[in-house]
Design a protein around this ligand. Sequence first.
Ligand SMILES: [Zn+2]
Length: 84
Amino acid sequence: MHAADLRKFGWPCGYCGQLTILSPGGDGVTVDVRSSEGPGCASFAAHRSCLADRLDPDFNGDRARVKAVGRNQPLPPAIGNQSS
Ligand SMILES: [Zn+2]
């Protein structure tokens, strides 16, 4: 089995541990972790909903962006332009 095939079936979600599908139409996203202190990147897969649910409720705009990233729809306004 090739890695590309595996990707089609899914990866364990970094939050809930259930498989999430990263291929088009799936419910998963890749979360990249970076630091301003230097190079390097860690990444893991997660359900959009798991990631969005763990953001602070004040981060409504970011939650919406998590759910919209990579999809063919306009992104909502960024931070600082929320109606709450
Ligand atoms: Zn999950």
